[in-house]
Design a protein around this ligand. Structure first.
Ligand SMILES: [Fe+2]
Length: 208
């Protein structure tokens, strides 16, 4: 596989799910992503890190590199700690991040994540709750399971659907590689995400 890579399995999602459940209607507060981004209209999100509005300086939002913790992220200290630790382990600078809920039967429609921000970064998914998260990038498809951390290439056209009967909750985040040749290993797009003949992506033994 070229466009997906499973970096780690067996991450316990329970503490993060408990943290989310403790916040009343956590996924219903912020509807910006649903309303502004057509392909995301069926997904609900909790922004944890977003672009730094004061740094836009006339650029399109998709070209803005600077990011910061959202005020609401203070209610999710475990998610913040996971993101900081993972960024350290993978050798990347933490960029934008969000918790995303795709309810049963809902989809994220085919699209490419465009702009200067994404071109420079790698995209990761930690699966918190799922009955098997189907995702496609380019001509490759996977089923991500709860407790798995994945890299995928969002330069490719991609889509997702929840054909299960439970909410599909992912922690989705971007890292700017600081030492791409050393740290991301075979995960990052700038070091190639080397193609493998395997039908399924292999766990990365050197991942965190
Ligand atoms: Fe996307």
């Amino acid at each position: 596989m070229k466009y997906f890579r499973l970096l780690k399995e067996g991450i316990d999602p329970a503490p993060l799910l408990t943290e989310i459940a403790a916040v009343d209607a956590a996924f219903d507060e912020n509807r910006g992503r649903q309303e502004k981004i057509a392909v995301q209209r069926e997904a609900k999100a909790i922004p944890l890190r977003g672009l730094r509005a004061s740094a836009i300086a006339g650029r399109q939002r998709r070209d803005v590199h600077e990011s910061r913790w959202t005020t609401g992220s203070q209610r999710f200290p475990l998610a913040r700690a996971f993101l900081e630790e993972t960024a350290r382990t993978l050798g990347g600078e933490l960029s934008r991040a969000k918790l995303v809920c795709l309810p049963p039967g809902n989809r994220v429609y085919p699209h490419v994540d465009r702009g200067e921000y994404y071109r420079a970064r790698d995209r990761f998914h930690l699966v918190l709750r799922s009955s098997g998260s189907w995702m496609r990038a380019g001509d490759e498809e996977v089923r991500m399971r709860a407790g798995e951390l994945w890299w995928f290439d969002n330069d490719q056209e991609h889509e997702a659907c929840n054909d299960g009967d439970t909410d599909r909750i992912h922690l989705i985040f971007d890292l700017l590689p600081l030492r791409p040749e050393a740290a991301f290993g075979s995960a990052g797009k700038r070091v190639g995400a080397i193609s493998s003949p395997a039908d399924r992506p292999e766990p990365c033994a050197t991942a965190p």
